[in-house]
Design a binder for this molecule. Structure first.
Ligand SMILES: Cc1ncc(COP(=O)(O)O)c(C=O)c1O
Length: 464
């Protein structure tokens, strides 16, 4: 089915939203006169303008227009305990009062404790820290290329590993000439990147076999999320990851799991052990930072050692790596998650499941077919993630980003753009159709979300 034109709907929604949030609208004028598009992260820069946030606590944020907005973005999925959880902010207050927190440029004991905990909960033999997910995947690719002496990098179409040279191909769908996820999605890179980065299809084990047969001897690494994030919140099928492990071993390719979203999201540790598959390297960030900038690469000692003095890979970490307040937040958060693992994760999974089903039921009650991806599978017992899709047909199966981002299968503009504006009018903030449930969400938030979806669905239907 051809993509529907929703430009009139988006214009009507944008007008209603401008009337609903005049202070944020005014702030945008000032913001975009000095910052490109008025801010610093594309996903936050909702069109025509984002709500400017003044306060955030638990499941809710408050904007400069005085709206109390239920939030499912939760700091790009970092805030597993909700916004500004007292357990972390109290530790930060105390540290600052005692004169410790801003960057020193020295190294301290905190880093050792975070490294020990991370290694214990992920199986990484060695870790090294930096400040963003993008940097972790970049360093992991450098390590893999140095270790293997090969150039080629394989990733999956629709896999987002941050803005770094080998992560920027195959991010956007592009349908013309059926060249799906085959483009380099930024200007400014060397042309060689188009050749160097190979795109595979998530959960397609046969394609993996074929590509390893053809390119395996030249492949430095295969980087993949065990539970794909922005590509659709879909779990890897266990056989697929096992196949990836076997092929990578057979061809001497470094298997990298990008666990920037999944680490500490499904259990107090990495997701890999639930699949029984250990990658050679893995990348971690988001939740492990406790709301601050902590990111890490971890993995086999013989590969990680290339990041060291004599290894030749310039894994410098950056000025703000090992930041004292960030590592305090990180340690506090990870300890909390480990201590509360047994009750916290089953509760999050249950809330996640009920939230996904409530959203589907709310749209169905208004005559709109919506499917909320984010469910687990036989390896991942439950999940607190959700993404709303509007498939054109009942019974559509979602296995890879090709099924989610394809306008012939799903109404992508409706889920990504129209729904976001329609829900903001109902005091609900979603990205890609929903987001992450935190421990601060509860029965009341499910009801608020469901009511928001019903009202948004009525508005959308009236504009279709
Ligand atoms: C799976 C994954 N990897 C890497 C990144 C990049 O992380 P950052 O935005 O911290 O650079 C992201 C960001 O959303 C991500 O979801």
């Amino acid at each position: 089915m051809k993509a529907r034109d929703h430009s009139r709907m988006l214009a009507v929604l944008a007008e209603a939203y401008a009337a609903h949030s005049p202070s944020s609208a005014k702030a945008q004028q000032k913001a975009q006169s000095i910052m490109i598009d008025g801010g610093s992260h594309t996903l936050r820069l909702i069109r025509p303008f984002p709500p400017r946030i003044a306060r955030a606590a638990g499941a809710w944020v408050e904007d400069v227009d005085g709206h109390r907005i239920l939030d499912y973005w939760q700091g790009h999925y970092t805030n597993i305990l909700g916004h500004n959880p007292p357990v972390v902010s109290a530790a930060m207050h105390t540290a600052f009062e005692q004169g410790y927190g801003l960057q020193t440029g020295f190294t301290d004991l905190l880093q050792i404790e975070v490294a020990e905990l991370l290694s214990e909960r992920t199986g990484a033999e060695r870790v090294r820290f930096t400040t963003s997910g993008s940097l972790t995947t970049m360093y992991a690719v450098l390590l893999a290329r140095a270790f293997t002496g090969r150039d080629r990098v394989m990733k999956v179409g629709g896999g987002w590993h941050g803005a770094q040279p080998w992560g920027l191909k195959g991010v956007d769908f592009h349908d013309e000439n059926h060249s799906r996820f085959q483009h380099v999605d930024t200007r400014g890179l060397p042309e060689a990147i188009a050749e160097e980065v190979l795109i595979s299809r998530f959960n397609d084990a046969q394609m993996l076999v074929d590509q390893f047969r053809r390119y395996g001897d030249t492949l430095a690494c295969f980087i993949v999320e065990p539970f794909i994030g922005s590509g659709g919140f879909l779990p890897a099928e266990p056989e697929y990851l096992k196949q990836a492990r076997e092929l990578a071993t057979q061809y001497g390719t470094v298997l990298i799991f990008d666990e920037v979203i999944s680490a500490f999201r499904f259990r107090a540790g990495s997701l890999a052990p639930l699949y029984g598959v250990q990658p050679d390297l893995a990348t971690y960030s988001k939740i492990i930072g406790g709301g601050m900038q902590v990111a890490a690469v971890g993995g086999r000692a013989e590969i990680m050692k290339l990041a060291g003095r004599d290894g030749g890979v310039k894994f410098s970490g950056g000025t703000y790596s090992g930041h004292p307040a960030s590592f305090l937040a990180s340690l506090t958060m990870m300890r909390y998650l480990v201590e509360h693992e047994k009750e916290l994760y089953p509760r999050l999974a249950d809330l996640g499941r009920r939230t996904r089903r409530a959203v589907e039921a709310a749209f169905a009650s208004e005559g709109l077919l919506a499917v909320c991806t984010g469910d687990g599978n036989e390896a991942v017992p439950g999940s607190s993630l959700g993404m709303v899709q509007f498939p054109h047909r009942e019974g559509t199966r979602f296995r890879s980003p090709e099924d989610i981002r394809n306008p012939e299968i799903c109404d992508v503009v409706l889920s990504d753009k129209a729904l976001q504006l329609a829900l903001l009018l109902e005091e609900v903030h979603v990205v890609h159709g929903l987001g992450a449930v935190s421990a601060a969400h509860d029965e009341q938030t499910i009801e608020h979300l469901a009511e928001g979806c019903r009202r948004a669905a009525r508005r959308i239907r009236s504009l279709l």
